[in-house]
Design a protein around this ligand. Sequence first.
Ligand code: 1CP
Length: 350
Amino acid sequence: MSVQSVNRKSRFLAACAGQPVDTVPIWLMRQAGRYLPEYQATRRRAGDFLTLCTTPELAVEVTLQPVHRLGVDAAILFSDILLPLRAMGMPLTFTDEGPRLSPLDSAAAIDALRVLEPDALPEVLETVRLLRRELTDVVPLIGFAGAPFTLLTYAIEGQTGKSFVRSKRLLYAEPELAHRLLGKLTDSLIAHLTGQAKAGAQALQLFDSWVGVLSTEDYAVFGAPYVERVLSALRPLGVPLIYFPLGGLSLLPQVGKLSADVISVDWRQPLSLAQKLLSSQQGLQGNLEPLLLLGPLAQLEARVKRVLDDAPRRRYIFNLGHGLTPEIPPAHVEALVEMVHRLGQRPAHE
Ligand code: 1CP
């Protein structure tokens, strides 16, 4: 395939496959969200966050907002990692302080959880189908889910973990039960992600947002094996698989053994260091400190250059080291996309 036909198709998918690109592709975690006034307006119309996630027309609208405003090279489905827990039988609400679930506090509660089938969460799958109709091939759609351990923390803590005492009590006091829960979460995630890919998602990302609280020894038992089960079950779908172990610098040697195509790296370490700890087969995504977007544009541009200079030449996708936050000015995000496309241009022979 010529460079040009690859580029007309999708820079993002070309980069995932290790093919040449005209410039570095970029998308941003939480590119749809509260920093955008148009998101705030749609969210007000929806009334609450869960209605926004489960009304396909509205979820499509907010998914497309950053694509139109920013010119990013991929769209990410608007949904949330906690929706599968709700479908498994855990009532979920979102408050101003974050998500709330009634925490699983017994073996019976864990055994009562439903394991999802690929057609669970039909509203989310409908959003995927509608989005594929709206998007061109140039801007592919990324589907996603939380990784098993990260979902375990929400299911056991009932909210965003702080000390993770409840989660760790389960791991250390009742490891068999922990494995039973991780197994059910893993099977449900495989089903939900398979459903998304069959509905049209062209890449899948697993968010392991809380895996950084695990020691390397515990990641080997409660983290990595379940992530690998998800990845190998999804492999036959033929879409690129991205894994984001937030705060997982000490885990990267183990992450390097996972079968993910691309590893999304947080802002804490240079990409070149992450690359050394990972496998040479794995592409990289990342890793600008998101809050640099609060500072002046000249500083932002200097830091973007540093990230690009440090990034691999092939199989690389620009992103933030974590998500955009509500305080970030949209004009700075627009400027970031322009900078990456301008500074990331690759000569045709590379
Ligand atoms: O409008 C609002 O008030 C809700 C804010 C919000 C948004 C915009 C939440 C609540 N979720 C989302 C959407 C979302 N969440 C997306 C899709 C859109 C996009 O990226 O553009 C994605 C991929 C997620 C993933 C997600 N949800 C993660 C993993 C990524 C990460 O940030 O580490 C996690 C941990 C959640 C849980 C969650 N959802 C929302 C909140 C407030 C939380 C808790 C966050 C936390 O515990 O810190």
